[in-house]
Design a protein around this ligand. Structure first.
Ligand code: 5RP
Length: 224
């Protein structure tokens, strides 16, 4: 197994320590979460899951992890999710796996959020990973023009080697903004939140409570 994958597995497995019987657990999306799901399925824990994508729901049904609709629970105790990039303040970029909207809804409704990552994702500042912005298809070409004018070098996310846009679980497009570095994530988040047609952006600020970084010695960093 490659170092990155090994670290994802180590982080995913370590997250199990925080799960207790009868918890309602938010289940993120991605290859790191896949390791967490496997560890959860192999444990004796009885939990109820709330998923963040159809792909995670499908994996849960393969692994016999019980899941319910988000609106069927009155709270979510803890959510375990991956991230595409995370900074030293535990702010992050998510959405590389097309699931940012549902991930953010689940995260915002969770009492605690744990992110599981490999060490390559931890950076001093955000922006190296292109920032995903989920948009309504109607008028998305206008948003692409606006983002270009702002210097974001936007690209409509398409299926590999095609010009066919990817459609999210909620029926939207994703525009990836190549920022290189994001000096002020809060004012950038505010900008996207004010644009008509933008449904959600992949800046997850002040959401992560604990980051688990895989490694031979797993590192845990808590938010201040
Ligand atoms: C999906 C996400 C994922 O959490 C993120 O892309 C990390 O994925 P992986 O664990 O496969 O590296 O935000 O939209």
């Amino acid at each position: 197994m490659e170092k990155k994958d090994l670290q994802k597995k180590q982080a995913g497995t370590a997250a199990l320590t925080y799960i207790k019987n009868d918890m309602v657990v938010g289940l993120g999306t991605g290859s790191t979460v896949a390791y967490f799901l496997e560890a959860l399925a192999n444990s004796n824990l009885n939990i109820i899951g709330v998923t963040t994508s159809t792909i995670t729901s499908k994996r849960c049904s393969e692994l016999d992890i019980p899941i319910v609709d988000i609106d069927a629970v009155d709270h979510i105790d803890i959510t375990v999710d991956g991230a595409d990039e995370i900074d030293i303040d535990l702010n992050g970029i998510k959405g590389g796996g097309d699931a940012l909207l549902m991930e953010k809804i689940v995260a915002k409704n969770s009492k605690e959020n744990i992110w599981i990552v490999d060490s390559s994702k931890v950076h001093k500042t955000l922006g190296l990973f292109p920032l995903p912005v989920e948009v309504i298809p109607y008028g998305s070409g206008q948003l692409l023009r606006q983002f270009t004018a702002k210097g974001f070098s936007p690209q409509l996310r398409c299926h590999p080697n095609t010009t066919k846009p990817i459609i999210t679980d909620a029926g939207h497009y994703i525009i990836d903004c190549y920022m290189n570095t994001i000096d002020d994530p809060y004012s950038l988040a505010d900008y996207f939140e004010r644009q008509v047609g933008v449904v959600e952006h992949g800046l997850f600020l002040n959401i992560c409570n604990k980051m688990i970084i895989g490694g031979d010695t797993v590192k845990i960093k808590k938010s201040q």
